[in-house]
Design a protein around this ligand. Structure first.
Ligand code: ATP
Ligand code: MG
Length: 201
């Protein structure tokens, strides 16, 4: 086969591929509020979610962020996004007693945190909600998955929700429209590098 033949065949293959892709794009004509879940042990869950927050704000959309924090760290995303008009920021569960072990207090805190989230899930003017590290209280049994799913299902039809965190429960993954599992292949921390500003916080 000479070069011309090969190029001709390549062009033909690409043309067929484009037809298939264009048809798929044409078929996807529905608009709806999505539930996205970013889970797994690899780095990039929260930072990917904040990328979507930036996109939404760029389009003039209103965004609500709720962080279920384990330990308090000053992150660049908080400093940056908190001062953006259009962003409502809630720090929930600060001081979960992961060291002192008081499950009753943690459950109480997780529940009152969820009622704040529920308020956003009933607010049609919020276009995108980020529930950062929501899997943390779920995994620890402080928050019931049934409650969370019921409120998610009842939200306004055009509202998007992004959930991040390791070990997302199966029922949440099943409910997701878009589910991404980030795989940990390598992380600098294991080579002795501490968290770097702009990269890890
Ligand atoms: P990021 O906020 O960087 O996107 P993440 O949300 O995927 O990370 P978390 O479990 O929330 O991951 O942990 C946040 C912090 O832990 C970040 O500083 C991140 O770099 C670090 N981290 C994430 N994954 C790993 C890992 N596999 N090994 C070591 N450290 C990690
Ligand atoms: Mg995270």
């Amino acid at each position: 086969m000479d070069t011309n033949d090969r190029e001709q065949r390549h062009r033909e293959r690409m043309r067929r591929k484009k037809t298939v892709i264009d048809a798929a794009i044409d078929r996807a004509e529905t608009d709806k509020g999505l539930l996205l879940v970013l889970t797994g042990n690899g780095k990039g869950k929260s930072s990917s979610a904040f990328g979507m927050v930036a996109r939404a704000l760029g389009h003039g959309m209103r965004v609500g962020v709720a962080q279920f924090v384990k330990g308090r760290e000053d992150t660049g995303e908080e400093v940056f996004f908190r001062r953006q008009p259009g962003v409502t920021w809630h720090l929930l569960g600060e001081g979960f007693t992961w060291e002192t072990q008081d499950p009753e207090r943690d459950t109480q805190m997780a529940r009152s945190g969820w009622s704040v989230v529920r308020g956003m899930l009933r607010d049609e003017s919020i276009d995108l909600i980020l529930l950062d590290e929501l899997t943390y209280p779920l995994r620890n049994g402080w928050l019931e998955i049934e409650t969370v799913l019921t409120d998610l299902q009842a939200r306004p039809p055009m509202q998007h929700v992004v959930v991040t965190g390791r070990g997302a429960p199966k029922a949440l993954c099943d409910a997701a429209n878009t589910l991404t599992e980030l795989r940990d292949v390598k992380h600098a921390f294991r080579a002795g590098v501490r968290a770097q500003k702009g990269i890890d916080l």
